[in-house]
Ligand binder design. Structure first.
Ligand SMILES: C[S@@+](CC[C@H](N)C(=O)[O-])C[C@H]1O[C@@H](n2cnc3c(N)ncnc32)[C@H](O)[C@@H]1O
Length: 324
């Protein structure tokens, strides 16, 4: 069973009212080893908490986010260091396309702190939460083409069932997809509460989790192509890391974590073996070493102060050579 985001059913009073509280801040900054003269890509700058941590240690930062609201917030938060931070509005998987114009030839570190900011989740008009009435949007940025309403109202029944099962591990995926197709034939599903009501009619409440938790997560992943973007970004961005530079990724559910763990293993294994080979062979992808054997998780204190950190996992690798 995948670990799902808990944030949607957090009591409102335990949620921070600020833009976003950076997760695993101390651990991430110390793993990235910022110092004057070093250059980092923060691919998910959000409210700028991690970027500020890097800047405070004297490093320079390319701050990327696909959400213009995040870039605005980060610019304010990091204003004191405006001479060492530059902003890119882009999907992080495409950020390297802007490197030539910025004169970037290599990076000393990359940070991806995946998922949503608290601001995105808590803003009703973004449509991410079934606890807040709003349009069924869920796009992390304006360049994402289809909204969640487009996906729910236009996808085939089979496609909806696949999304709910693959990205939300929703066991009632087929029944739910069939029900949504019936509901939308009467009237389009336009808002978060339209969808939440339709889900409640099919999936009974199980424990403390709202039945819509998994379905909303699944739709968000589909709308933003989160898993395929992550796979592509890990490959593209790791090519830009200088020897001695590090890549740190914070994930919030096991679908993301599995991708990161597998990729980090792929690039950090010196030898690979296959049943059909006579002997193990050198891994041509071997260019990194694992800095974190096991994922780093937030301590009890951080989880208490910031319940949204509960499912976070930090993994880090360091480039030790160029690929052969
Ligand atoms: C968890 S927040 C980051 C918080 C940030 N580290 C901080 O300290 O405030 C995730 C941010 O990543 C952005 N994001 C998620 N996926 C992205 C992608 N593929 N490309 C660019 N930005 C992305 C979201 O828009 C959101 O602002």
């Amino acid at each position: 069973m995948i670990a799902l985001l808990d944030e949607q059913f957090m009591p409102a009073e335990s949620q921070s009212s600020c833009f976003h509280v950076a997760v695993l801040l101390r651990e991430t900054i110390s793993a990235l080893r910022p110092a004057p003269g070093k250059l980092y890509l923060d691919g998910t700058v959000g409210g700028g908490g991690h970027a500020l941590g890097l800047l405070e240690e004297g490093a320079s930062v390319i701050a990327c986010d696909q959400d213009p609201e995040a870039l605005e917030e980060a610019a304010v938060r990091c204003a004191e260091y405006s001479d060492r931070i530059r902003f890119i509005e882009s999907n992080f998987a495409d950020a390297t396309g802007r490197f030539a114009e910025l004169g970037i030839t290599g990076l000393d570190g990359v940070l991806l702190d995946l998922g949503l900011s608290s601001h995105q989740l808590d803003t009703p008009s973004r449509g991410f939460s079934f606890m807040r009435e709003g349009p069924l949007d869920m796009r992390m940025g304006p360049h994402v083409q289809r909204t969640a309403a487009d996906v729910v109202n236009e996808s085939s029944q089979e496609e909806l069932a696949r999304i709910f099962f693959e990205f939300g591990q929703e066991t009632a995926s087929r029944r739910l997809a069939a029900h949504l197709v019936k509901v939308r034939s009467r009237s389009p599903i336009r808002t978060t509460s339209d969808l939440a009501k339709a889900i409640e009619a099919v999936i009974p409440k199980r424990g403390p989790k709202h039945p819509a938790t998994q379905v909303f997560q699944a739709l968000r992943i589909a709308v933003n192509s989160e898993l395929s973007v992550l796979e592509r970004a890990l490959h593209v961005l790791s090519d830009w890391i200088n020897i001695g530079g590090r890549m740190a990724v914070i994930t919030f559910h096991s679908l993301e974590d599995r991708i990161v763990k597998r990729y980090f293993k792929e690039v950090s294994q010196e030898w690979i073996d296959r049943p059909e080979w006579e002997a193990p062979r050198r891994n041509p992808e071997h260019a990194f070493r694992l800095v974190t054997g096991r994922a780093v998780k937030p301590g009890v204190q951080e989880q208490r102060i910031n319940p949204r950190a509960r499912s976070a996992k930090l993994r880090v690798v360091e480039r030790i050579r160029n690929e052969s």
